[in-house]
Design a protein around this ligand. Sequence first.
Ligand code: NAG
Ligand code: NAG
Length: 377
Amino acid sequence: MLWVARLSGFLSAAMVMVVLSPSLQSFPPAEAIRSSQFDGSVRFPGQIAGGARGVAFRRAPSFRNAADCGAGAGNGTAANVCDPSLVHTAITLDEEYLRGSVAAVHSVVQHARCPESVFFHFLVSDPSLGDLVRAVFPQLRFKVYYFDPGRVRGLISTSVRQALEQPLNYARNYLADLLEPCVRRVIYLDSDLVLVDDVAKLWRTDLGGRTVGAPEYCHANFTKYFTSRFWSDQRFAGTFVGRRPCYFNTGVMVLDLERWRRAGYTQRIERWMEIQKSPPGRIYELGSLPPFLLVFAGHVAPIEHRWNQHGLGGDNVLGSCRDLHPGPVSLLHWSGSGKPWARLGAGRPCPLDALWAPFDLYGPAGAGGEESRIVHL
Ligand SMILES: *[C@@H]1O[C@H](CO)[C@@H](O)[C@H](O)[C@H]1NC(C)=O
Ligand SMILES: *[C@@H]1O[C@H](CO)[C@@H](O)[C@H](O)[C@H]1NC(C)=O
């Protein structure tokens, strides 16, 4: 595989250790968002899952646009977010999945022909994480957006998996409001995935006038995502009349933000979340997915399945490793409760976790890596 061959090159690049101390204070949000200069130090107040006292990420190898990437590209990190030649990508950053998000970004820039033309929109509830991104990816074009957890706290109902209740999980519902109006399309990516293909191909997907593009799975049992209360009440179940709803995974979506804003989909999603919270009880079980299904299932622009080979997380029961679905692969997604960084850390990886490991920038350099400098706080 081509991308495997490319790994050996960047693993030998000199890497810089950035050691993040959890003991230091974070910046006030506004100041952190404004700060664009990285002064060699990174403050990270939180405690990373997995528990090390200091959190360390290696600096990512540098990346460059190919010669034919066009005007506006390759002009430093101060890209104008409204530059029409940019590929916009949105991803959340939080303490728990930070290692995953960093690996995802790494995989995107490694496989893009025009990595300097990719603009990242990071959704955070802890703005100091923007400084970490600057330290790890000095060239990256990005902006950090503060997502107020209070915005959804009152709307979240308890779900079967606690990880699904994190407010930041719902930030994808608000991309159309958070991002600049000039950003008319965005690719939303979960934190537990890596691309092994050029994100620009996904970016050019024709949505055929639809608002959401995603791979659809019409053989999946759609009934099970909603409760019997939902299906037995015509006011609810009637929402699917006249469409052929299919399951889609909300971890990889191409969103037409202009259409989204015009139709007010954020409010429609919130309305379903309110119904879920109100008596006499649940209309669905899982967290942020069902409202998306309610609003968009049956109206989704189908994207090739290669762009979301999902389910690789399995269910975390020993020996429950998943295999790839048949067909080509452009994106590997560890959805499910098992995460590759946790399994690798525990010394019990699934075979496919080896495909995630090359993009991991957490911890001291692994085989082939060299630390040229260590920054301590
Ligand atoms: C890069 O930015 C500078 C300053 O904004 C501008 O003068 C120059 O034309 C830009 N170059 C390219 C290739 O876009
Ligand atoms: C689909 O799921 C529902 C609810 O879990 C179940 O009752 C039904 O039998 C399933 N249908 C099929 C075809 O598996």
